[in-house]
Design a protein around this ligand. Structure first.
Ligand SMILES: Cc1cc2nc3c(=O)[nH]c(=O)nc-3n(C[C@H](O)[C@H](O)[C@H](O)COP(=O)(O)OP(=O)(O)OC[C@H]3O[C@@H](n4cnc5c(N)ncnc54)[C@H](O)[C@@H]3O)c2cc1C
Length: 463
């Protein structure tokens, strides 16, 4: 192997999953030499031109500061930390629910050590009943709202703690992992480098999903995925959902559409927040943020309204499906994302600058006024409109004509590799965790997964 540097553990990805894994390895076995490779920038160098006000539309930076870099996709997130196993991922399919909860709480304690608050919103049975009375199904859980700014500061401190014992290389793009020799190839500052690791962990998040899937396919590793959620980000005056948000912070509601029987999910609620764009491998989609600081708050709240779409044989490329739909939205908006008033959508006409300007809801994102019916498939669009009217029954005003819909928003779920205790089958010593492996879809479960894999590796018998 010549001059190749060797590590006990190499972690690919500096999101919350990879960071927690590194953190636990140091706690459990500080003698191990650990390397963490992250393709994006250091957290304090991550800067999205839209957030800093230098651009009013996505410039498609590479690397995208929102999705890539230390602290991962969660870095500029609203920092909602869900203390529940009811949603946020599928870890309970691999590990007993109580154990998942224990790890979520362990991660919470670590975050608190680095500055996260203790305050929590509790479940609310009265609101759940109100939903049930309208055939709406609210998922319950305790939730902490750290806020984008507080979350950022906590992550800076956590990274510093990790860096004290783990070698961290940023702007290091992993290109390949040799399954048998455990050699990791990456590029950094235009140089190709290689390192080897006794154990390798893929913690690549959604943004690294395509690379991970391609690696699985090249190495004959079976993977499974048949779901994608796609739809819109809804923006409306914050007063409309205040009765919910003031009591539980985040309403997460499932609506079963009468027309098709599809499940439409309302989630990722941002009170007095901002709609933002997200660049996943060149495709622009939308998401939402909200700040804790009063001066950064808007007059609007926003939430995702997505239709869960499951495919059956012969189609098994749900991510490609969602990317194609989102690409169409990018294409017809001249390279951006679309915004449309619900009233215009229902009247079968596009929104234009004037209609948006005269509307009572002022958009927080400079998106292109257009017509979502030209890119969202009919079935999903019908589901979304029906769901808005169903939600209007518990939060009147939700289906107002001026309610803004931004498209497209999608949540891809990475396909899951066949594995045993997160060690990939047919790839001994190679583990996967977090959103990129299709095990989680939230900060809390990705963090829990990182700690859990850290413990598994620490207890691993050396070959
Ligand atoms: C805008 C936004 C808001 C969100 N808000 C919330 C919220 O409030 N609450 C919540 O629970 N969840 C939220 N989420 C989801 C949450 O951020 C993710 O569930 C979580 O970050 C997943 O953690 P992870 O470590 O698995 O992956 P990630 O955080 O995505 O981290 C993976 C890291 O791996 C790196 N990587 C990928 N490929 C390579 C490669 N080839 N070489 C080197 N590095 C690589 C990436 O650059 C990335 O930094 C939000 C997501 C977004 C985008």
């Amino acid at each position: 192997m010549g001059l190749i540097r060797h590590y006990d553990v190499i972690i690919i990805g500096g999101g919350i999953g990879g960071l927690m894994c590194a953190y636990r390895l140091n706690e459990a076995c500080p003698e191990k030499k650990v390397l963490l490779l992250e393709q994006g920038k250091a957290l304090n160098k991550r800067s999205c031109p839209i957030i800093t006000g230098k651009a009013d539309h996505c410039l498609r930076c590479d690397p995208c500061a929102i999705m890539k870099g230390m602290a991962g996709a969660g870095a500029f997130s609203d920092g909602k930390y869900n203390i529940t196993t009811e949603y946020g991922g599928w870890l309970p399919e691999f590990v007993k629910e109580e154990k998942v909860m224990d790890y979520i709480l362990q991660a919470d304690r670590i975050l608190q050590k680095y500055g996260a608050g203790k305050e929590c919103y509790e479940p609310d049975d009265e609101l759940k009943l109100l939903c049930l009375q309208h055939d709406l199904h609210m998922q319950q859980g305790r939730v902490k709202h750290l806020g984008t700014d507080a979350n950022y500061k906590t992550m800076l401190k956590l990274i510093k703690a990790v860096e004290a014992h783990t070698e961290v290389l940023t702007e290091a793009v992993v290109k390949d992992v040799d399954r048998d020799k455990h050699i990791v190839s990456y590029t950094r500052k235009n140089r190709e480098e290689t390192v080897s690791g006794s154990v390798i962990v893929f913690a690549v998040g959604r943004v690294g999903n395509r690379m991970f899937e391609a690696w699985c396919d090249r190495n004959g590793i079976r993977r499974f995925n048949n779901q994608v959620d796609l739809g819109v980000r809804v923006e409306l005056p914050y007063e409309i959902w205040k009765a919910f948000s003031s009591r539980i912070y985040e309403p997460k509601i499932l609506v079963r559409s009468r027309q098709y029987g599809d499940i439409v999910r309302m989630f990722c609620f941002n009170e007095r927040g901002h709609v933002v764009t997200e660049n996943t491998d060149g495709i622009l989609t939308v998401n939402g943020h909200s700040y804790k600081e009063e001066s950064k708050k808007s007059r609007n709240s926003n939430f995702a309204l997505l239709v869960s779409t499951r495919f059956t044989d012969p189609f098994n490329k749900p991510v490609e499906y969602a990317r194609s739909v989102a690409a169409l939205a990018n294409q017809i908006s001249g390279g951006g994302v679309i915004v449309q008033r619900l009233g215009d959508l229902e009247r079968g006409r596009r929104s234009n600058e004037q209609r948006i300007q005269f509307g009572y809801v002022k958009p927080t994102l400079n998106a292109v006024p257009g017509d979502l019916s030209l890119c969202i498939p009919k079935r999903q669009l019908d589901d979304i409109v029906e769901a808005l009217h169903s939600l209007d029954a518990i939060a009147p005003g939700t289906a107002n004509a001026d309610t803004l819909l931004y498209g497209l928003e999608c949540k891809y779920y990475s396909s899951r590799p066949d594995c045993t205790d997160f060690e990939i089958d047919n790839a001994p010593g190679i583990y996967a965790l977090g959103d990129g492996a299709g095990f989680t879809r939230s900060l809390s479960q990705a963090a829990a997964n990182g700690l859990l894999v850290g413990d598994i590796i620490a207890e691993r018998k050396e070959d």
